[in-house]
Ligand binder design. Structure first.
Ligand SMILES: N[C@@H](CCC(=O)N[C@@H](CS)C(=O)NCC(=O)O)C(=O)O
Length: 216
């Protein structure tokens, strides 16, 4: 008998914040998916077969065997999967636009700026003091933006959504960023609330079996 055709999602990923956004989302949605590790430390992201559907040479990327869609960019992947299932993103209206506002904030600020903190502060300390100072300050400022936003809310926009899934993996790298979550009590409570979710713990462990970091 012919092997049954796989109709789920192929996820190309690595154990990084952007990669974990996609694996956490797939776990939350309980969609069938297969994992293809792309070891970015070894240069797998430059493999022409991968670049054919991830032309910016970055993870995550997906192929949906049900629809044929091939997609890069974590924010677009989250929206695609939410739209496919009708879950974790609001229908068009006020809440939807707030989600877009905070998703763009994650994609335009949290990801790129905290990524620079990792680069200068964690991986290249002492080489560029100006850059270290610049991204440390920006890191603190962005944590404070989230702290302010979470003052009267449990999640970034009303209910748990793609916005939290996009943001949380970046905050889970608080140690790389040398940030003390105790200075941001609402952000810490939000972080722990999400860290408790079994789907988040499973998604965090893709493609390497690692436990979710829990701050003191
Ligand atoms: N805007 C992209 C950024 C993706 C990204 O920066 N991915 C990193 C890992 S977190 C990567 O693949 N880096 C490999 C490289 O820069 O060569 C997204 O959100 O998907």
């Amino acid at each position: 008998m012919a092997e049954e055709e796989f109709r789920g999602i192929d996820l190309y990923t690595w154990a990084t914040p952007n990669g974990r956004k996609a694996s956490i989302m797939l776990e939350e949605l309980e969609l069938p998916y297969r994992v293809f590790p792309i070891d970015i430390s070894k240069g797998d992201q430059h493999d022409p077969e991968f670049v054919a559907f991830s032309p910016n040479n970055k993870i995550p990327a997906i192929i949906d065997h049900e629809t044929g869609a091939r997609m890069m960019e974590s924010g677009a992947i989250l929206m695609y999967l939410a739209n496919k299932t009708g879950k974790l993103m609001a229908a068009m209206g006020d809440e939807y636009w707030q989600q877009m506002e905070w998703l763009m904030f994650q994609m335009g600020h949290i990801g790129p700026m905290l990524g620079q903190t990792h680069h200068f502060v964690k991986f290249n300390p002492g080489k560029a003091p100006y850059a270290e100072e610049r991204y440390r300050k920006e890191n603190v400022r962005l944590y404070q933006v989230l702290e302010n936003r979470l003052q009267e809310r449990d999640f970034i926009v009303d209910d748990y959504s793609i916005v939290d899934i996009a943001t949380w993996p970046w905050i889970s790298r608080y140690e790389f960023q040398q940030m003390d979550l105790n200075n941001f009590p609402r952000l810490k409570a939000w972080y722990l609330r999400i860290a408790e979710r079994p789907a988040v713990q499973r998604g965090y462990a893709v493609p390497q079996d690692l436990p979710v970091p829990i701050p003191d």
